[in-house]
Design a protein around this ligand. Structure first.
Ligand code: B3K
Ligand code: ZN
Length: 872
């Protein structure tokens, strides 16, 4: 229960070369026989072997077939009397565990009468005693034995080499993984599952079997996941020359899972949310998410599995790189430049609404953290999404081709190894001598070691035909890091002329605190377009005039900055209202600009939808020193109402124009049309609320009933709920009735109600009563997230109540969940990260609620780390 520091890394004192596991699967008591070949690491001074364990029952330990003395040090099994010398010895350990009682969903657990495992980061020690650390890599042979009727399917990593029947209605399967791997990539699955399968031949001419396993009724929802997997295999080989290295690649879906999915070698285990999709049950967003998560886990087969992390501080080595790869995959599949830009904007929106606040809060940490109490708390947007931006900047600094060379160098150098973030950056730089990256490598690596979001302040000057942009960087202090050194910041820029045409452009690779871009020979003052494509994960502080932003919105050739101009116009208006009287009347220039985007003859519907969506409340709140979430919410609602009413005719046009999309296909073009039609319908229902009109809510209800697909149906339902129309009640009831047996759809039903706009404090009572609903189950992470997280983490206007009732509810749920599943509880605990920014009386009430949780005696490490950092 002590803090672990990166600086304390020591290589393992022993190596484990082979592991032969035999499981007798039983939900109440599973028996695990673990036979290992172990040898001393000659590089390390002789010392006892200390094996990790957690909630195991130990029955027997044999060394070279003989009983041996051992002792326990906390959860560790310590063996002192081992054979002398460096020769390998046999170590045999027999333990039992209780999968049905495993509510933490780490290690071996049951879900719907099937067995699943989750070992990353430290779950393997809940299955057997082991050196449960990623730099110990072994060859695995796994035998599974279980009742044949109850568990007809028995899966593990690698290839099936033997199977057959045993006595008493039991059967067995034996699997051999041809690749050495760290224990966190071990997996097994057993149960009544069915699979969709597909044989493919790769570019290089090898045959592979792809399988997607689900429960019997779900097979018709696996086509999209399979197509995404086929596309992933093809993409990695085409773009990076990385082929599938297995004869068989399996995906298995389970409805009880702590996160999205897991890249176990050859046997990925997924949350059903990222596998199952049909047009009737899944939205376009679900389809896109499945594509990207299937891609992400598949890409880990190289970036993570073939080359893995030396220790968990290096987590971004595999996660940042793999997020970057899945983002590129989705962009490449999207195709056209405009669709790529939409994906880029969506990714940046996640970074800025989730990672920037993390970087500014009590849990701020570098992409490569220095310390942790519980590693599960560091699977964060910083390690993942900011990590991906750090990889993206490396690509920017060496060019796309240079990056492909760099990645090839990385895999060639480190295949089969457990390495560090330094090794990664070094390989990319070495493959690109003379590049900005190679020339500034040590400084660039500050992106891995310094936490916090850098600010780049831009000031401009125009004199005698010369335009100067002065850029100054700084980075605010974060916990444990008071002062920061300058970063390497690639700033993509352009100048837009008075006539709307591009007059200059380039890439300024900042290495100094302050640098100036100078362009001569200009006839008139241009408008600067800075940080194009969001070329670095920084806050650009630029005091643009409305006229400049309107010019960029109209003319910029960079779609990202076009969108960004609209965001800035929106944020400015929201901030003015929040800081002022709370009321603001939208000006004609802004409304006219929004109208011309909405009506634009050439722009994609998906892009229009992004431009016309106001900045999120959390993003706006980050721009304030003191936050009253209810006020932020009220202001955003008021702006949205004005946008709805002032553009009513245009929204009606947009709805009618985009609502029909022919037969349902989840492609980007038709999904973009559905998204814009949905946004239009929401605005039409909002406008109807103030005008008293009943036509549009009626149309929305009709649409809700008649829709041919979940996207249109859910958008219509949400339009009624968001606008608070009375038809939302019958619609919600009907929706529940239609999708009674569809767990993932019921999650949407819970989430929509918990995330609804607050009207006089009505959301919390709804959430409380939904906790009593027969379909609610706190032990199922998806369901807990859909109700409790949707309220506490995603509905600030309803959660932050002056009477503190939201915080009391939060504290109760954190404590309740901590007894069931600490990982999920700790995520919920983070809903309070930004409490110090709250206005009174919320701030004091929040501190009190956090202190109440922190005072509980036997908190998990997970929750304890989050709440103590929050109070520090
Ligand atoms: N590597 C896993 C995450 C494991 C989380 C453990 N708490 C999924 C992924 O990033 O692909
Ligand atoms: Zn990952």
């Amino acid at each position: 229960n002590a803090v672990i520091y990166r600086a304390d890394y020591q290589p393992p004192a022993y190596w484990i070369d082979t592991v032969d596991l035999c499981f007798d699967l039983d939900p109440a008591k599973t028996r695990v026989l673990n036979k290992m070949k172990v040898r001393r690491n000659p590089q390390v001074a002789p010392q006892p072997l200390k094996l990790d364990g957690d909630e195991l029952n130990l029955a027997r330990v044999l060394v070279n077939g003989q009983g041996t003395s051992f002792k326990m040090e906390g959860d560790r099994l310590v063996l002192e009397n081992l054979p002398e010398g460096d020769a390998p010895f046999d170590l045999e350990i027999f333990t039992t565990c209780a999968p049905a009682k495993n509510s933490k969903l780490m290690g071996l657990y049951t879900s719907n009468d099937s067995f699943f495992t989750q070992c990353e980061a430290e779950g393997f020690r809940r299955i057997t005693y082991f050196l449960d650390r990623p730099d110990v890599m072994a060859s695995y042979t796994v035998t599974l034995r279980a009742d044949k009727q109850k568990y007809p399917v028995l899966l593990s990593n690698g290839n099936l080499v033997d199977q057959g029947d045993l006595d008493d209605g039991r059967h067995f399967a034996k699997w051999v993984d041809p690749h050495r791997k760290p224990s966190y990539l071990f997996a097994l699955v057993a149960g009544q599952l069915v699979c969709r399968e597909q044989k493919i031949t790769s570019r290089s001419g090898n045959d592979h079997l792809l399988q997607v396993y689900v429960r019997a009724g779900d097979l018709d929802k696996t086509e999209h996941a399979m197509n995404s997997l086929i596309a992933s295999v093809a993409w990695d080989e085409a773009r990076f020359g990385l082929p599938l290295d297995l004869e068989r690649f399996m995906i298995v879906a389970t409805s009880d899972f702590n996160m999205g999915a897991m890249e176990n070698k050859g046997l990925n285990i997924f949350n059903t949310k990222y596998v199952l999709a049909s047009q009737a049950t899944a939205t376009d967003t679900d389809f896109m998410n499945i594509e990207s998560v299937v891609g992400h886990e598949y890409f880990h087969n190289w970036s993570g599995n073939r080359v893995t992390c030396r220790d968990w501080f290096q987590l971004s080595l595999k996660e940042g790189l793999t997020v970057f790869r899945d983002q590129e995959f989705s962009q490449d599949l999207a195709g056209e430049a405009s669709a790529r830009a939409v994906k880029r904007i969506e990714d940046v929106r996640v970074l800025r609404t989730a990672q920037f606040p993390e970087d500014a809060g009590p849990m701020a940490h570098p992409v490569r953290p220095e310390q942790y109490l519980e590693i599960n708390n560091f699977y964060t947007v910083t390690v993942y999404e900011k990590g991906a931006e750090v990889v993206r900047m490396q690509q920017t600094l060496v060019g796309r081709e240079g990056f492909e060379k760099g990645l090839a160098q990385y895999f060639q150098r480190h295949d089969g190894q457990a390495v560090t973030c330094d090794d990664f950056a070094q390989a990319i730089a070495d493959a690109n001598p003379g590049s900005h990256l190679a020339n500034n490598l040590e400084q660039f690596k500050r992106w891995y070691s310094q936490a916090g979001t850098p600010r780049v302040k831009a000031t401009t000057r125009f004199e005698n035909g010369t335009y100067e942009i002065t850029l100054s960087q700084s980075c605010p202090p974060t916990p444990g890091q008071a002062a920061k050194e300058p970063f390497v910041i690639p700033v993509a820029w352009g100048l837009v002329g008075a006539d709307g045409r591009e007059v200059a452009g380039g890439m300024q690779v900042m290495t100094q605190a302050t640098e100036t871009i100078r362009v001569d020979g200009l006839a008139s003052e241009p408008v600067p377009s800075l940080l194009r494509g969001f070329s670095a994960p920084v806050v650009l502080e630029w005091d643009a005039t409305d006229a400049q932003l309107l010019a960029l919105l109209e003319h910029d050739t960079d779609p990202f900055n076009r969108w960004e101009a609209a965001q800035r116009l929106g944020v400015r208006r929201m901030l003015d209202a929040i800081r002022g009287s709370g009321a603001i009347t939208l000006d004609d220039a802004y409304l006219q600009a929004m109208r011309s985007i909405l009506r634009h003859p050439k722009l994609d519907a998906a892009f229009k939808e992004l431009v016309l969506t106001l900045p999120a409340e959390t993003y706006v709140s980050e721009q304030l020193d003191e936050v009253d979430p209810q006020r932020v919410h009220a202001v955003r609602e008021s702006l949205r109402e004005q946008l709805a009413s002032a553009l009513a005719g245009d929204w009606a046009w947009a709805y009618e124009e985009h609502k029909e999309n022919g037969a349902y296909r989840p492609d980007h073009v038709s999904a973009g049309r559905r998204a814009l039609a949905g946004l239009a319908l929401t605005h039409l229902c909002i406008a109807a609320r103030s005008s008293g009109d009943t036509v549009w809510p009626g149309k929305a209800y009709q649409r809700f009933k008649d829709a041919s697909n979940m996207t249109d149906r859910f958008n219509a339902l949400s339009a009624l709920v968001v606008s608070g129309h009375e038809l939302s009640r019958p619609a919600l009831d009907r929706f529940h009735g239609m999708f009674r047996g569809e767990a993932l759809v019921l999650d949407k039903w819970f989430a929509l109600q918990a995330g609804a706009p607050d009207r006089g404090g009505n959301v919390l009572p709804v959430v409380r009563s939904l906790m009593q609903h027969p379909d609610f189950n706190l032990r199922n992470p998806n369901r807990a997230r859909s109700l409790i997280f949707s309220y506490c983490s995603a509905n600030p206007g309803a959660f932050h109540r002056a009477d503190a009732a939201g915080y009391v509810f939060w504290g109760d749920r954190v404590l309740e969940l901590d007894g069931v599943n600490p990982q999920v509880a700790a995520r919920l605990a983070r809903a309070m990260d930004r409490w110090r920014k709250l206005a009174e009386p919320m701030r004091s009430a929040a501190r009190e609620a956090i202190a109440r949780v922190a005072a509980k005696p036997d908190l998990s490490n997970d929750v304890r780390e989050v709440v103590t950092r929050a109070l520090a």
